[in-house]
Design a protein around this ligand. Structure first.
Ligand SMILES: NC(=O)c1ccc[n+]([C@@H]2O[C@H](COP(=O)([O-])OP(=O)(O)OC[C@H]3O[C@@H](n4cnc5c(N)ncnc54)[C@H](OP(=O)(O)O)[C@@H]3O)[C@@H](O)[C@H]2O)c1
Length: 274
């Protein structure tokens, strides 16, 4: 199987902060040029200046809101206009929100679905024909350990990440023998701005061991994807994945409700304290 060459182009969504930024850094360190996509232009330009200057690679920042209709097409068209062939696609941009489904504004559900699912599928479908034609390529989809079980209190988010899990596994099987691979990175909690944006306060000190470092998670995803591994489940994500197989499906609705009640009660209490 032909592996993609370092020195080719990686396209990383959500490259302005967190896991995406760390993956962009790792790729650039290995000699990949990077198309960095997110909404915040200033952060992308900072990253481009940093990576470009230090590593001598090309970085193309594209500021785009991937929840807007046609945004994935515009990003892809921009790469084509510049003659860029994407050999490594990292679908990492994602948002989450915690709270009971019926108390959450419909706009939040729409944004989660259109970014975590819609943009990921669209970009993949735009990039993949070229990869298959060239007989080489890597796709890394960032899911979550939340995708292994029904995520009560996170219902829409967990469902989007379940989609990413099944989509990636199906794609990986379809792509066998083409030289292109699809991988899923499914971490549990990671220390990035995501937690705060999703409305999850910093865990108490005794619980911090369960929150992974963004660089470690990025490294696991980056290396696993280049090796063509299908499931990459770092840190605390692994016991969640294993337990999801161990207990019967219906028990997860019951376990999920217990966890969600406790989690959302703590969340409300901590929000009121702060
Ligand atoms: N942190 C965790 O605990 C955790 C656990 C499991 C899985 N994950 C997954 O990991 C992935 C990366 O998250 P992270 O933890 O690194 O969080 P993060 O630091 O908040 O990164 C999210 C990235 O997505 C971009 N983004 C958000 N909305 C966008 C939009 N509408 N259009 C384009 N880009 C957008 C953000 O940039 P802009 O705001 O500049 O657009 C940012 O670069 C997500 O898919 C998340 O679901 C995170």
């Amino acid at each position: 199987m032909n592996g993609p060459r370092a020195g080719g182009w990686a396209l990383v969504t959500g490259a302005s902060t967190g896991i995406g930024r760390e993956i962009a850094r790792l790729a650039a360190r290995d000699g990949w040029s990077v198309v960095a996509v997110a909404r915040t232009r200033s952060l992308l330009e900072e990253l481009a200046a940093d990576l470009g200057a230090r590593r001598g690679v090309e970085v193309l920042p594209i500021a785009a809101d991937l929840t807007e209709p046609g945004a994935a097409d515009r990003v892809f068209d921009e790469t084509r206009r510049r003659g860029i062939e994407v050999d490594f696609l990292v679908n990492n941009a994602g948002v989450g929100f915690s709270g009971w489904f019926h108390e959450t504004a419909s706009r939040r559900h729409r944004v989660m679905v259109s970014l975590n699912v819609g943009a990921l599928v669209e970009l993949t479908s735009l990039v993949i024909p070229g990869m298959v034609e060239r007989g080489r390529g890597r796709i890394l989809n960032v899911g979550s350990a939340a995708g292994f079980v029904p995520g009560l209190g996170f219902t829409t988010y967990a469902a989007t990440k379940s989609f990413v899990l099944y989509f990636t596994e199906g794609l990986a099987a379809e792509l066998r023998g083409t030289g292109v691979t699809a991988s899923l990175l499914a971490p549990a909690a990671v220390a990035t701005p995501f937690l705060d944006k999703a409305g999850i306060p910093e865990p108490p000190r005794w619980q911090r061991w369960s929150v992974a470092d963004a660089r470690d998670v990025a490294r696991a995803g980056y290396r696993g994807a280049l090796r063509g591994r299908v499931l990459i489940v770092p840190g605390f994500g692994l016991p969640v994945a294993l337990l999801s197989r161990l207990f019967p499906r219906r028990s997860w609705r019951w376990i999920g409700r217990l966890v969600a009640r406790r989690f959302l009660r703590n969340l409300t209490a901590r929000k009121e304290e702060s």
